[in-house]
Design a protein around this ligand. Structure first.
Ligand SMILES: *[C@@H]1O[C@H](CO)[C@@H](O)[C@H](O)[C@H]1NC(C)=O
Ligand SMILES: *[C@@H]1O[C@H](CO)[C@@H](O)[C@H](O)[C@H]1NC(C)=O
Ligand SMILES: *[C@@H]1O[C@H](CO)[C@@H](O)[C@H](O)[C@H]1NC(C)=O
Length: 450
């Protein structure tokens, strides 16, 4: 008798609970999933409390066909309101997302975009209007992290015109593309005007153009990511930095059709280490000073990295006619293999345009090359410095570059390049001029204006 009553009570409780659960589930469907995480060992501080907003809870289908843009926008709108929130893109699904802005000026700080699934870009021209500069646009955030094991796929093949792969920095975005796509090709993932940005874990692949771009950002950490697109995909830079400072990029592999990392004007305090580059065009500062513009780049370090099958190894390139300066660059412990030209300074960068000689240039000084080793296929070293503003303070030590078979030119080239050689080198470098450059530098043309 006692048992019957107990079983009856359990039965009633179960019905009540299951009913309650299904009502709860229904009402939760379009609501946030709250999952407070309390830190161990003492006080619960606000920053350790996180709230998760899963795009599936906002109606995303995740089948790779349905348009999930609205669900992402709604999930972002809610994530934005909560400090330290997590916007979750779960694994096991493919989300088709149109060009979207994750706009931050009114958001709480320290949002995490947890990317475990895959996000793909639309392939139909209609989704891009008359052309956009980026696909996934993170803007004006304070503390934004993208992490996880997920993938961002730009489905770039519909944009690539294999006939015109160029090595350009600015013109590419207007290059012809096929398949009726707009002429302006988008960057896959772009951060603008943000501070404390972290990107880790994810893979970014097949961008129509640059894969990952930081513009006007302060405090950037990129590590443990992978970037990949075919070596013949045009203008697909790996990581592009512009007007951005305090950057660390490490433990990352970059394979693409243009510069693995491109450092543009306004960058300083950039530390790159333990990256693998190739295929691609190498790691590059510039092209700077195009169309008479002023460029300022300083305090750049690239070390403990490898380049395989790339066009350049470490390169600084400037257009004639610019102003400003590149100051304080360290390339250290770079292992190259089958690289066309491992060490390049090119102040006559022209990229197929008709470039007349000009009488000003972005000044280049204090560039250290230390322990650059491996094989090249075209030319070991090329310093083509400006007549008007020769390179000053180039220092080389422990250079060991040997030709692969059938190399035509194994003699280093220098023009208006001043500096010093600290050790014996392979090949010997006899073309570097010692001492200070005879050029009288105007403070305004030599860093003074930066
Ligand atoms: C990217 O975000 C910024 C800031 O919100 C905005 O001004 C810009 O128009 C956005 N770009 C696109 C293509 O939506
Ligand atoms: C140079 O940049 C590094 C980061 O790469 C930074 O730690 C250092 O303080 C910077 N030095 C100067 C003089 O700005
Ligand atoms: C430009 O300057 C370079 C280096 O001085 C020289 O070799 C080249 O002939 C010049 N080109 C023209 C078109 O004057």
């Amino acid at each position: 008798m006692k048992n019957t009553i107990i079983w009856f009570l359990i039965y009633v409780a179960l019905i009540f609970l299951s009913g309650g659960c299904s009502i709860e589930a229904k009402s939760k469907k379009h609501r946030k999933m709250a999952a407070p995480i309390v830190s161990y060992g003492g006080a619960v501080d606000a920053s350790s409390t996180s709230t998760t907003f899963n795009v599936l809870q906002y109606g995303a289908k995740g089948d790779g066909i349905a348009d999930d843009t609205k669900a992402f926008e709604s999930a972002w709108a809610d994530s934005c309101k909560v400090q330290g929130s997590v916007m979750l893109v779960p694994s096991g699904s493919v989300f088709l997302v149109k060009p979207i802005t994750f706009s931050g000026p009114n958001c709480q700080p320290n949002i995490v975009f947890q990317l475990d699934g895959k996000i793909i870009a639309p392939k139909n021209a209609g989704a891009w209007g008359s052309g956009l500069l980026q696909w996934l646009n993170f803007s004006k955030l304070k503390g934004i992290t993208i992490k996880g094991g997920g993938v961002i796929d730009g489905q770039g093949s519909v944009w690539w015109n294999e006939q015109n792969p160029t090595d350009d920095d600015q013109n590419w975005i207007q290059a012809d593309s096929k398949g009726g796509m707009p002429s302006t090709k988008p960057t896959a993932l772009r951060f603008y005007g943000s501070t404390d940005v972290t990107v880790t874990g994810i893979t970014i692949q097949n961008s129509p153009q640059t894969h990952l771009k930081f513009d006007d950002c302060i405090g950037v950490q990129v590590f443990g990511i992978s970037i990949s697109s075919p070596g013949n995909s045009p203008n697909t830079d790996g990581i592009h930095l512009q007007n951005t400072r305090d950057v660390v990029i490490h433990t990352t592999s970059l394979a693409c059709g243009d510069d693995c990392i491109s450092i543009q004007t306004g960058c300083s305090g950039v530390y790159i280490h333990n990256v693998n580059c190739g295929p691609g065009h190498g790691i590059s500062i510039g092209g700077l000073g195009k169309d008479g513009t002023k460029a300022c780049v300083s305090n750049i370090t690239v070390r403990d990295s490898t380049m395989h099958n790339t066009m350049a190894g470490v390169r600084i390139k400037t257009w004639q006619g610019g102003s400003g300066s590149v100051q304080g660059v360290m390339f250290s412990n770079i292992q190259v293999s089958e690289v066309e030209t491992p060490i390049i300074i090119d102040q006559y960068y022209c990229n197929g345009h008709n470039c007349p000689n000009k009488t000003s240039a972005v000044a280049i000084s204090d560039v250290f090359y230390q322990s650059i080793k491996g094989t090249y296929t075209t030319n070991p070293i090329q310093f083509a410095c400006s007549d008007s503003t020769p390179c000053a303070g180039i220092t080389l030590s422990t250079i060991n570059l040997v030709p692969s078979t059938n190399v035509r030119n194994d003699v280093p080239f220098c023009w208006k390049a001043f500096g010093e050689i600290k050790t014996t080198t392979t090949p010997p470098i006899s073309c570097l001029q010692t001492g200070a450059s005879s050029h009288k530098r105007q403070p305004s043309s030599y860093g003074g204006s930066c």
